[in-house]
Design a protein around this ligand. Structure first.
Ligand SMILES: [Ca+2]
Ligand SMILES: [Ca+2]
Ligand SMILES: [Ca+2]
Length: 276
C-alpha cells in the first residue's frame, strides 16, 4: 500500500513538471547583440489613439540592466515618428513609452526593479474609452495614468528584442508567450490569465497576435497562432543569420487554462504509464 502511495505521488509530481514543460513549449533566447524577431507591419498591429489594445508577454533578463533592454517596439530610426516601445529601463523597472505624430511623449512605469534570471510577465494596456494607460507586472496593476496623446499610428514593423533606433540596447535573455489584443483587457482578465496559455486562440476574436515560439528549433518562421496570422521571422529575414534568436525549451511558469488542465494532466499521466 505504502509503495503504491509513493509511486502514485511520483507519477503525479512528474506529471506536474511534464505538464509545465509541455505547456510552455519553446521560448526564444536573444543574445543582446543583434538578435530580433521581425513581424511585418499590418493594419491590426497599428495602435492609433482611437483604439484600445493590450500588449503582454513573458521575459527573463540574463544580463545587466543598462539603457533600455528592448522587449517590444514599433518605431523606425527617426526620433520624431509615432512609436510604441516597451523596455526594461536603466533605472530598473519595465517601461512603456509612446510618442504621437506631434512628438508628444508619454511614459508609464512598472514599479520595482527587474532582477536577472527571473521570469516576469508584463501587460501594457491602452483604454480608449477612459483615455488611460496602465502597466501590469505578473498580473498586478502597477500604475495607471491619463493619456493626452494625439494621433499615433506607428507603421513600422513590430520587433521583439530590439528596435530600429540604432542607439538602443538589445534585449539579452529569454522571451515567451507574446500576445496583442485589440481591446483593453480588464484588470481581472489580466490577473486571471497572465500565466495561462490560450488553448483555443481562434475562439478569441480580440486576440490579434499570439506568438508562443513553439515551432521546431530550426524553423525560421515565427508563427502567429491568432486568427490574423501575423507571421514573422527569426532575425530580419527567413535566411539563417547572426541576428536569429535561438529556440530553447521554455521554463516560463505557464499553466494550462483551467478547462484544459485536466486533459493535460490525464494525457501526461497516460504518457508516463506508456513509457514505464
Ligand atoms: Ca512557448
Ligand atoms: Ca533569419
Ligand atoms: Ca546574434
Amino acid at each position: 500500500m505504502f509503495r503504491w502511495i509513493v509511486s502514485s505521488f511520483i507519477v503525479l509530481a512528474c506529471s506536474a513538471s511534464d505538464v509545465r514543460a509541455s505547456v510552455a513549449g519553446n521560448a526564444l533566447y536573444f543574445d543582446g547583440v543583434d538578435d530580433l524577431v521581425r513581424i511585418p507591419d499590418a493594419p491590426h498591429l497599428r495602435f492609433d489613439n482611437q483604439q484600445s489594445f493590450t500588449i503582454e508577454g513573458w521575459f527573463n533578463l540574463m544580463g545587466a540592466i543598462n539603457d533600455g533592454r528592448k522587449l517590444i517596439s514599433k518605431r523606425d530610426s527617426s526620433t520624431t515618428v509615432a512609436m510604441i516601445d516597451i523596455r526594461i529601463d536603466e533605472s530598473g523597472p519595465v517601461l512603456a513609452k509612446y510618442r504621437d505624430t506631434a512628438g508628444v511623449v508619454e511614459i508609464i512605469g512598472g514599479g520595482s526593479t527587474v532582477q536577472m534570471d527571473n521570469w516576469y510577465h508584463f501587460a501594457v494596456r491602452k483604454d480608449a474609452d477612459s483615455d488611460t494607460w496602465s502597466m501590469f507586472i505578473n498580473g498586478d496593476l502597477k500604475s495607471t495614468k491619463p493619456t493626452l496623446l494625439g494621433d499615433m499610428t506607428p507603421y513600422a514593423d513590430l520587433l521583439f528584442g530590439e528596435t530600429e533606433y540604432p542607439a538602443d540596447v538589445n534585449f539579452v535573455g529569454v522571451m515567451d508567450e507574446v500576445r496583442i489584443w485589440g481591446s483593453a483587457r480588464t484588470d481581472s482578465e489580466i490577473a486571471q490569465h497572465y500565466d495561462q496559455i490560450i488553448g483555443d486562440p481562434h475562439s478569441q476574436p480580440d486576440l490579434v497576435g499570439y506568438w508562443n515560439f513553439d515551432e521546431l528549433p530550426d524553423d525560421q518562421q515565427v508563427l502567429d497562432s491568432s486568427s490574423f496570422e501575423h507571421f514573422g521571422s527569426l532575425g530580419n529575414t527567413l535566411v539563417v543569420g547572426v541576428d536569429d534568436p535561438i529556440r530553447i525549451v521554455s521554463t516560463a511558469p505557464l499553466v494550462p487554462e483551467p478547462s484544459t488542465a485536466l486533459l493535460f494532466g490525464v494525457a501526461s499521466i497516460a504518457a508516463l504509464r506508456r513509457r514505464r
